[in-house]
Design a binder for this molecule. Structure first.
Ligand code: UGA
Length: 433
Protein backbone atom coordinates (compact mmCIF):
# COMPACT_ATOMS: atom_id res chain seq x y z
CA UNK A 1 0.00 0.00 0.00
CA UNK A 2 1.43 3.38 -0.98
CA UNK A 3 0.89 6.14 1.56
CA UNK A 4 1.10 9.88 1.01
CA UNK A 5 1.60 12.32 3.86
CA UNK A 6 0.80 15.99 3.27
CA UNK A 7 2.72 18.22 5.67
CA UNK A 8 6.10 17.24 7.08
CA UNK A 9 6.05 19.19 10.35
CA UNK A 10 6.03 17.82 13.88
CA UNK A 11 3.03 15.56 13.22
CA UNK A 12 3.42 14.71 9.53
CA UNK A 13 7.06 13.77 9.66
CA UNK A 14 6.49 11.37 12.54
CA UNK A 15 3.57 9.86 10.60
CA UNK A 16 5.63 9.56 7.40
CA UNK A 17 8.67 8.04 9.11
CA UNK A 18 6.40 5.79 11.20
CA UNK A 19 4.51 4.45 8.19
CA UNK A 20 7.79 3.78 6.39
CA UNK A 21 9.10 2.07 9.53
CA UNK A 22 6.07 -0.27 9.33
CA UNK A 23 7.12 -1.19 5.79
CA UNK A 24 4.79 0.96 3.67
CA UNK A 25 6.05 2.89 0.73
CA UNK A 26 5.65 6.53 1.74
CA UNK A 27 5.93 9.89 0.09
CA UNK A 28 5.98 13.09 2.17
CA UNK A 29 4.72 16.22 0.41
CA UNK A 30 5.33 19.76 1.61
CA UNK A 31 4.96 23.23 0.09
CA UNK A 32 8.12 24.44 1.85
CA UNK A 33 11.03 24.00 -0.55
CA UNK A 34 13.68 24.41 2.14
CA UNK A 35 12.04 21.74 4.28
CA UNK A 36 11.86 19.26 1.42
CA UNK A 37 15.48 19.95 0.50
CA UNK A 38 16.62 19.41 4.05
CA UNK A 39 14.63 16.18 4.43
CA UNK A 40 16.02 14.85 1.18
CA UNK A 41 19.46 15.57 2.61
CA UNK A 42 18.44 13.41 5.60
CA UNK A 43 18.21 16.35 7.99
CA UNK A 44 15.16 17.20 10.12
CA UNK A 45 14.47 20.95 10.10
CA UNK A 46 13.36 20.87 13.76
CA UNK A 47 14.35 19.01 16.90
CA UNK A 48 12.56 15.81 17.89
CA UNK A 49 14.58 13.20 19.82
CA UNK A 50 15.09 9.87 18.02
CA UNK A 51 13.33 10.93 14.82
CA UNK A 52 16.49 11.82 12.87
CA UNK A 53 17.97 8.32 13.27
CA UNK A 54 14.69 6.70 12.21
CA UNK A 55 14.38 9.03 9.23
CA UNK A 56 17.83 8.05 7.98
CA UNK A 57 17.08 4.36 8.55
CA UNK A 58 13.91 4.38 6.41
CA UNK A 59 15.57 6.55 3.75
CA UNK A 60 18.36 3.98 3.51
CA UNK A 61 15.76 1.24 3.06
CA UNK A 62 14.23 3.27 0.21
CA UNK A 63 10.84 3.32 1.94
CA UNK A 64 10.42 7.08 2.14
CA UNK A 65 10.72 9.97 -0.26
CA UNK A 66 9.94 13.68 -0.14
CA UNK A 67 8.64 15.99 -2.78
CA UNK A 68 7.03 19.34 -3.51
CA UNK A 69 5.06 17.82 -6.38
CA UNK A 70 2.52 15.06 -6.38
CA UNK A 71 0.89 13.31 -9.31
CA UNK A 72 -2.06 11.74 -7.54
CA UNK A 73 -0.34 8.45 -6.70
CA UNK A 74 -1.08 6.51 -3.50
CA UNK A 75 -3.96 4.69 -1.88
CA UNK A 76 -4.15 6.56 1.41
CA UNK A 77 -3.43 10.23 2.08
CA UNK A 78 -2.68 11.52 5.58
CA UNK A 79 -3.41 15.23 5.99
CA UNK A 80 -0.99 16.65 8.56
CA UNK A 81 -0.96 20.36 7.76
CA UNK A 82 -1.38 22.98 10.48
CA UNK A 83 -4.77 24.27 11.60
CA UNK A 84 -3.77 27.56 13.16
CA UNK A 85 -5.79 29.50 15.69
CA UNK A 86 -7.36 32.69 14.43
CA UNK A 87 -7.99 35.71 16.67
CA UNK A 88 -11.65 34.76 17.24
CA UNK A 89 -10.62 31.27 18.42
CA UNK A 90 -11.76 29.63 15.17
CA UNK A 91 -9.45 27.28 13.33
CA UNK A 92 -7.84 28.45 10.13
CA UNK A 93 -8.55 25.61 7.71
CA UNK A 94 -6.95 27.14 4.63
CA UNK A 95 -4.04 24.68 4.62
CA UNK A 96 -6.38 21.68 4.90
CA UNK A 97 -8.64 22.99 2.16
CA UNK A 98 -5.73 23.58 -0.17
CA UNK A 99 -4.61 19.96 0.29
CA UNK A 100 -8.16 18.86 -0.53
CA UNK A 101 -8.13 20.99 -3.69
CA UNK A 102 -4.91 19.32 -4.70
CA UNK A 103 -6.46 15.90 -4.19
CA UNK A 104 -9.34 16.87 -6.45
CA UNK A 105 -7.04 18.36 -9.11
CA UNK A 106 -5.16 15.07 -9.18
CA UNK A 107 -8.36 13.05 -9.26
CA UNK A 108 -7.41 11.17 -6.09
CA UNK A 109 -9.94 8.42 -5.28
CA UNK A 110 -8.49 6.74 -2.18
CA UNK A 111 -8.91 7.28 1.54
CA UNK A 112 -8.18 10.69 3.08
CA UNK A 113 -7.12 10.57 6.71
CA UNK A 114 -7.25 13.75 8.74
CA UNK A 115 -4.52 14.01 11.35
CA UNK A 116 -4.86 17.77 11.49
CA UNK A 117 -7.25 18.71 14.29
CA UNK A 118 -10.47 19.95 12.73
CA UNK A 119 -13.53 21.22 14.60
CA UNK A 120 -16.40 18.73 14.07
CA UNK A 121 -18.56 21.61 12.83
CA UNK A 122 -16.26 22.18 9.86
CA UNK A 123 -16.52 18.61 8.66
CA UNK A 124 -19.95 19.08 7.09
CA UNK A 125 -18.63 21.69 4.70
CA UNK A 126 -15.58 19.62 3.80
CA UNK A 127 -17.59 16.46 3.28
CA UNK A 128 -20.31 18.22 1.35
CA UNK A 129 -17.74 19.47 -1.10
CA UNK A 130 -15.61 16.35 -1.41
CA UNK A 131 -17.85 13.40 -0.50
CA UNK A 132 -18.29 12.14 -4.03
CA UNK A 133 -14.53 12.18 -4.60
CA UNK A 134 -13.12 10.33 -1.60
CA UNK A 135 -13.97 9.17 1.92
CA UNK A 136 -12.66 11.29 4.77
CA UNK A 137 -11.48 9.54 7.91
CA UNK A 138 -10.50 11.19 11.19
CA UNK A 139 -7.46 9.78 12.96
CA UNK A 140 -6.48 12.30 15.64
CA UNK A 141 -2.94 12.25 16.96
CA UNK A 142 -1.97 12.30 20.61
CA UNK A 143 1.77 12.84 20.18
CA UNK A 144 3.65 15.02 22.64
CA UNK A 145 6.40 17.15 21.15
CA UNK A 146 9.71 15.96 22.53
CA UNK A 147 8.35 12.42 22.93
CA UNK A 148 6.63 12.09 19.58
CA UNK A 149 8.50 9.08 18.26
CA UNK A 150 8.05 7.17 21.50
CA UNK A 151 4.32 8.08 21.46
CA UNK A 152 3.99 6.98 17.84
CA UNK A 153 5.48 3.55 18.52
CA UNK A 154 3.64 2.97 21.79
CA UNK A 155 0.45 4.99 21.75
CA UNK A 156 -2.10 4.52 24.51
CA UNK A 157 -4.84 4.31 21.90
CA UNK A 158 -5.57 4.72 18.23
CA UNK A 159 -8.75 6.57 17.42
CA UNK A 160 -10.38 6.07 14.05
CA UNK A 161 -13.45 8.02 13.04
CA UNK A 162 -15.11 6.63 9.90
CA UNK A 163 -18.27 6.62 7.82
CA UNK A 164 -17.88 3.03 6.53
CA UNK A 165 -16.76 -0.39 7.71
CA UNK A 166 -14.40 -0.66 4.69
CA UNK A 167 -12.54 2.46 5.71
CA UNK A 168 -12.26 1.14 9.28
CA UNK A 169 -10.81 -2.17 8.04
CA UNK A 170 -8.26 -0.38 5.90
CA UNK A 171 -7.19 1.83 8.81
CA UNK A 172 -6.83 -1.23 11.05
CA UNK A 173 -4.52 -2.76 8.44
CA UNK A 174 -2.41 0.41 8.44
CA UNK A 175 -1.95 0.23 12.20
CA UNK A 176 -1.69 -3.59 12.38
CA UNK A 177 1.86 -3.43 13.77
CA UNK A 178 1.01 -1.11 16.65
CA UNK A 179 0.12 -2.69 19.96
CA UNK A 180 -2.62 -0.44 21.22
CA UNK A 181 -6.40 -0.54 21.57
CA UNK A 182 -8.15 0.73 18.47
CA UNK A 183 -11.31 2.74 19.05
CA UNK A 184 -13.56 2.88 16.01
CA UNK A 185 -16.29 5.52 16.04
CA UNK A 186 -17.97 8.23 14.03
CA UNK A 187 -15.89 11.05 12.59
CA UNK A 188 -17.56 13.52 14.99
CA UNK A 189 -16.78 11.39 18.03
CA UNK A 190 -13.15 10.98 16.98
CA UNK A 191 -12.71 14.70 16.57
CA UNK A 192 -14.47 15.49 19.80
CA UNK A 193 -12.28 12.92 21.59
CA UNK A 194 -9.19 14.80 20.52
CA UNK A 195 -10.59 18.12 21.74
CA UNK A 196 -11.82 16.47 24.92
CA UNK A 197 -8.41 14.98 25.72
CA UNK A 198 -6.55 18.25 25.25
CA UNK A 199 -9.22 20.22 27.10
CA UNK A 200 -9.17 17.77 29.99
CA UNK A 201 -5.37 17.93 30.25
CA UNK A 202 -5.33 21.71 30.02
CA UNK A 203 -8.13 21.93 32.60
CA UNK A 204 -6.18 19.74 34.99
CA UNK A 205 -3.20 22.04 34.71
CA UNK A 206 -5.32 25.17 35.14
CA UNK A 207 -7.07 23.73 38.19
CA UNK A 208 -3.72 22.91 39.76
CA UNK A 209 -2.48 26.40 38.89
CA UNK A 210 -5.57 27.91 40.49
CA UNK A 211 -4.92 25.87 43.62
CA UNK A 212 -1.26 26.94 43.50
CA UNK A 213 -2.36 30.58 43.48
CA UNK A 214 -4.45 29.88 46.56
CA UNK A 215 -1.52 28.03 48.14
CA UNK A 216 0.56 31.16 47.65
CA UNK A 217 -2.04 33.21 49.47
CA UNK A 218 -2.49 30.94 52.46
CA UNK A 219 1.14 29.83 52.74
CA UNK A 220 0.57 26.20 51.71
CA UNK A 221 2.91 24.19 49.53
CA UNK A 222 1.49 23.06 46.15
CA UNK A 223 4.06 20.26 45.83
CA UNK A 224 2.76 18.65 49.01
CA UNK A 225 -0.81 19.15 47.80
CA UNK A 226 0.12 17.67 44.40
CA UNK A 227 1.44 14.51 46.06
CA UNK A 228 -1.75 14.03 48.03
CA UNK A 229 -4.05 14.70 45.08
CA UNK A 230 -1.95 12.55 42.74
CA UNK A 231 -1.89 9.56 45.08
CA UNK A 232 -5.64 9.17 44.61
CA UNK A 233 -5.83 6.49 41.95
CA UNK A 234 -9.02 7.98 40.54
CA UNK A 235 -7.10 11.15 39.75
CA UNK A 236 -3.60 9.86 38.96
CA UNK A 237 -0.33 11.67 39.44
CA UNK A 238 0.70 12.82 35.96
CA UNK A 239 -0.01 16.26 34.55
CA UNK A 240 -0.51 17.93 37.90
CA UNK A 241 2.62 20.06 38.09
CA UNK A 242 1.82 23.75 38.37
CA UNK A 243 3.83 26.44 36.68
CA UNK A 244 3.72 29.85 35.07
CA UNK A 245 1.22 28.48 32.55
CA UNK A 246 1.33 25.65 30.04
CA UNK A 247 2.34 26.29 26.45
CA UNK A 248 2.59 24.71 23.03
CA UNK A 249 0.61 25.23 19.88
CA UNK A 250 -2.09 22.70 20.76
CA UNK A 251 -3.74 23.30 24.13
CA UNK A 252 -4.74 26.96 23.70
CA UNK A 253 -5.82 26.38 20.08
CA UNK A 254 -7.87 23.26 20.76
CA UNK A 255 -9.48 24.44 23.98
CA UNK A 256 -10.65 27.67 22.36
CA UNK A 257 -11.78 25.86 19.21
CA UNK A 258 -14.00 23.62 21.36
CA UNK A 259 -15.52 26.72 22.92
CA UNK A 260 -16.25 28.09 19.45
CA UNK A 261 -17.81 24.78 18.34
CA UNK A 262 -20.20 24.81 21.30
CA UNK A 263 -21.22 28.42 20.68
CA UNK A 264 -22.10 27.60 17.08
CA UNK A 265 -24.94 25.54 18.57
CA UNK A 266 -25.94 28.35 20.94
CA UNK A 267 -24.49 26.48 23.87
CA UNK A 268 -22.40 28.69 26.09
CA UNK A 269 -19.72 26.59 27.80
CA UNK A 270 -19.16 27.60 31.41
CA UNK A 271 -15.80 25.97 32.03
CA UNK A 272 -13.80 26.06 28.84
CA UNK A 273 -12.69 29.66 28.27
CA UNK A 274 -11.53 30.15 31.91
CA UNK A 275 -8.97 27.37 31.36
CA UNK A 276 -7.15 29.65 28.95
CA UNK A 277 -7.89 32.90 30.82
CA UNK A 278 -6.23 31.55 33.94
CA UNK A 279 -3.34 30.19 31.93
CA UNK A 280 -2.61 33.62 30.47
CA UNK A 281 -2.81 35.15 33.92
CA UNK A 282 -0.18 32.76 35.30
CA UNK A 283 2.57 34.53 33.37
CA UNK A 284 1.65 37.91 34.87
CA UNK A 285 1.41 36.45 38.35
CA UNK A 286 4.86 34.92 38.00
CA UNK A 287 6.39 38.19 36.79
CA UNK A 288 4.62 40.00 39.66
CA UNK A 289 6.20 37.55 42.08
CA UNK A 290 9.62 38.37 40.73
CA UNK A 291 8.86 42.10 41.03
CA UNK A 292 7.75 41.63 44.61
CA UNK A 293 11.13 40.13 45.44
CA UNK A 294 13.43 42.31 43.35
CA UNK A 295 11.52 45.57 42.88
CA UNK A 296 11.58 47.65 39.71
CA UNK A 297 13.04 45.84 36.66
CA UNK A 298 14.52 48.95 35.01
CA UNK A 299 18.14 48.11 34.14
CA UNK A 300 18.07 44.81 36.06
CA UNK A 301 20.08 41.98 34.43
CA UNK A 302 18.32 38.64 34.32
CA UNK A 303 19.89 35.34 33.38
CA UNK A 304 17.32 33.01 31.78
CA UNK A 305 17.49 29.25 31.29
CA UNK A 306 14.85 27.86 28.97
CA UNK A 307 12.74 29.37 26.20
CA UNK A 308 10.87 26.44 24.68
CA UNK A 309 7.36 25.50 25.85
CA UNK A 310 8.52 22.08 26.95
CA UNK A 311 11.81 20.24 27.34
CA UNK A 312 13.22 18.19 24.42
CA UNK A 313 11.83 20.41 21.71
CA UNK A 314 12.91 23.52 19.82
CA UNK A 315 9.32 24.76 19.66
CA UNK A 316 8.62 28.11 21.30
CA UNK A 317 5.01 28.49 20.15
CA UNK A 318 2.83 29.83 22.99
CA UNK A 319 5.78 29.30 25.31
CA UNK A 320 5.25 30.90 28.73
CA UNK A 321 9.02 31.51 28.78
CA UNK A 322 8.78 33.79 25.75
CA UNK A 323 5.83 35.66 27.29
CA UNK A 324 7.74 36.10 30.56
CA UNK A 325 10.80 37.42 28.71
CA UNK A 326 8.66 39.88 26.72
CA UNK A 327 6.99 41.08 29.88
CA UNK A 328 10.34 41.67 31.60
CA UNK A 329 11.74 43.46 28.55
CA UNK A 330 8.70 45.77 28.48
CA UNK A 331 9.42 46.66 32.08
CA UNK A 332 13.00 47.65 31.28
CA UNK A 333 14.80 44.45 32.31
CA UNK A 334 17.87 43.19 30.41
CA UNK A 335 18.05 39.53 29.45
CA UNK A 336 20.82 37.06 28.77
CA UNK A 337 19.22 33.80 27.69
CA UNK A 338 20.10 30.20 27.00
CA UNK A 339 18.09 27.31 25.63
CA UNK A 340 19.63 23.98 24.51
CA UNK A 341 17.53 23.86 21.30
CA UNK A 342 15.11 26.76 21.10
CA UNK A 343 17.37 29.79 20.57
CA UNK A 344 16.89 30.03 16.79
CA UNK A 345 13.11 30.01 17.05
CA UNK A 346 13.17 32.32 20.07
CA UNK A 347 15.25 34.88 18.16
CA UNK A 348 12.32 35.37 15.80
CA UNK A 349 10.01 36.08 18.75
CA UNK A 350 12.11 38.23 21.06
CA UNK A 351 13.36 41.68 20.24
CA UNK A 352 15.00 44.10 22.66
CA UNK A 353 17.83 44.11 25.18
CA UNK A 354 18.53 40.45 24.82
CA UNK A 355 21.65 38.38 24.33
CA UNK A 356 21.54 34.73 23.36
CA UNK A 357 24.45 32.69 24.74
CA UNK A 358 25.81 29.26 23.78
CA UNK A 359 26.38 27.83 27.27
CA UNK A 360 24.05 27.88 30.22
CA UNK A 361 26.77 29.20 32.55
CA UNK A 362 27.19 32.23 30.30
CA UNK A 363 23.90 33.82 31.36
CA UNK A 364 25.77 34.66 34.57
CA UNK A 365 26.78 36.92 36.27
CA UNK A 366 23.33 38.43 36.63
CA UNK A 367 21.19 40.00 39.26
CA UNK A 368 18.82 37.06 39.27
CA UNK A 369 18.30 33.70 37.52
CA UNK A 370 15.01 32.55 36.01
CA UNK A 371 14.52 28.91 34.98
CA UNK A 372 11.60 28.76 32.58
CA UNK A 373 11.67 25.35 30.85
CA UNK A 374 12.01 21.92 32.45
CA UNK A 375 15.14 20.83 30.55
CA UNK A 376 16.73 18.22 32.87
CA UNK A 377 20.18 19.84 32.62
CA UNK A 378 18.87 22.92 34.43
CA UNK A 379 18.33 20.91 37.61
CA UNK A 380 22.00 21.37 38.53
CA UNK A 381 23.79 20.62 41.78
CA UNK A 382 26.29 23.50 41.86
CA UNK A 383 23.92 26.14 43.21
CA UNK A 384 26.54 27.49 45.61
CA UNK A 385 28.81 28.33 42.68
CA UNK A 386 25.88 29.83 40.78
CA UNK A 387 24.91 31.90 43.81
CA UNK A 388 28.33 33.54 43.80
CA UNK A 389 27.50 35.04 40.41
CA UNK A 390 24.09 36.35 41.45
CA UNK A 391 23.42 39.68 43.12
CA UNK A 392 20.05 38.64 44.55
CA UNK A 393 20.05 35.12 45.91
CA UNK A 394 16.74 34.13 44.36
CA UNK A 395 16.13 31.33 41.86
CA UNK A 396 12.78 31.74 40.11
CA UNK A 397 11.38 28.47 38.77
CA UNK A 398 8.55 28.94 36.26
CA UNK A 399 7.98 25.19 35.95
CA UNK A 400 8.15 24.09 39.59
CA UNK A 401 10.61 21.39 38.68
CA UNK A 402 13.93 22.24 40.31
CA UNK A 403 15.17 20.47 43.42
CA UNK A 404 14.43 23.05 46.11
CA UNK A 405 16.42 21.28 48.79
CA UNK A 406 19.59 21.46 46.73
CA UNK A 407 18.97 25.13 45.98
CA UNK A 408 18.56 25.79 49.70
CA UNK A 409 21.73 23.82 50.48
CA UNK A 410 23.56 26.07 48.01
CA UNK A 411 22.54 29.06 50.11
CA UNK A 412 19.90 30.36 47.68
CA UNK A 413 16.21 31.12 48.05
CA UNK A 414 13.71 29.39 45.81
CA UNK A 415 10.58 30.89 44.34
CA UNK A 416 8.13 28.78 42.35
CA UNK A 417 4.38 28.88 41.91
CA UNK A 418 2.28 27.94 44.92
CA UNK A 419 5.30 27.14 46.96
CA UNK A 420 5.52 28.16 50.53
CA UNK A 421 8.21 30.73 51.02
CA UNK A 422 8.30 30.36 54.77
CA UNK A 423 10.80 28.06 56.45
CA UNK A 424 10.07 24.54 55.32
CA UNK A 425 9.32 21.96 57.98
CA UNK A 426 11.78 19.12 57.66
CA UNK A 427 9.70 15.99 58.19
CA UNK A 428 12.22 13.69 56.57
CA UNK A 429 10.22 13.29 53.32
CA UNK A 430 12.04 13.76 50.10
CA UNK A 431 10.35 16.67 48.37
CA UNK A 432 10.49 15.47 44.79
CA UNK A 433 9.85 11.75 45.12
C1 UGA B 1 -0.27 17.98 23.83
C2 UGA B 1 -0.88 16.65 24.30
O1 UGA B 1 -0.22 16.18 25.48
C3 UGA B 1 -0.76 15.60 23.19
O2 UGA B 1 -1.42 14.40 23.60
C4 UGA B 1 -1.42 16.15 21.91
O3 UGA B 1 -1.26 15.25 20.83
C5 UGA B 1 -0.76 17.46 21.52
O4 UGA B 1 -0.89 18.41 22.61
C6 UGA B 1 -1.47 17.96 20.29
O5 UGA B 1 -2.66 18.28 20.36
O6 UGA B 1 -0.87 17.97 19.21
P1 UGA B 1 2.23 18.93 23.62
O7 UGA B 1 1.53 20.26 23.52
O8 UGA B 1 3.24 18.56 22.59
O9 UGA B 1 1.12 17.76 23.62
O10 UGA B 1 3.01 18.85 25.02
P2 UGA B 1 2.67 18.39 26.51
O11 UGA B 1 3.72 17.46 26.95
O12 UGA B 1 1.26 17.99 26.64
O13 UGA B 1 2.91 19.77 27.34
C7 UGA B 1 2.07 20.91 27.20
C8 UGA B 1 2.44 21.96 28.25
O14 UGA B 1 1.99 21.56 29.54
C9 UGA B 1 3.92 22.25 28.39
O15 UGA B 1 4.12 23.65 28.47
C10 UGA B 1 4.30 21.59 29.71
O16 UGA B 1 5.38 22.20 30.35
C11 UGA B 1 3.02 21.80 30.49
N1 UGA B 1 2.86 20.87 31.63
C12 UGA B 1 2.81 19.53 31.43
C13 UGA B 1 2.72 21.39 32.90
O17 UGA B 1 2.75 22.62 33.11
N2 UGA B 1 2.56 20.55 33.97
C14 UGA B 1 2.51 19.20 33.79
O18 UGA B 1 2.33 18.48 34.82
C15 UGA B 1 2.64 18.67 32.50
Amino acid sequence: MKIVVFGTGYVGLVQAVGMAHFGFEVIGIDIDEEKVKSLKKREIPFYEPGLGEKLREVLDLGKLNFSLDWNGEGEVVFVCVPTLRMKNGECDLRAVKSVFERLVENDFRGLVVLKSTIPPTEMDELEEKFRDKFEIVSNPEFLREGKAWEDFLKPERIVIGVRSAEAFEKMKRIYAKVEAPIFGMSVESAQLSKYASNTMLAARLSIMNEIANIADLIGADIQDVEKVVGSDRRIGSSFLRSGAGFGGSCFPKDVLALDVVARKFDYEPKLIAPIIDLNEEMVDRFVKKIENKLGDFEGVNFGVWGLTFNANTDDVRESPAIKICRNILEKGGILKVFDPRGAENAKKELKGEIEFVENMEDVLPAESLLVLTEWPEFDVDNWKEIGEKLKYKWIFDGKNFLNRDRIGEGGLDYCGIGICEMDVLDLGNSRLD
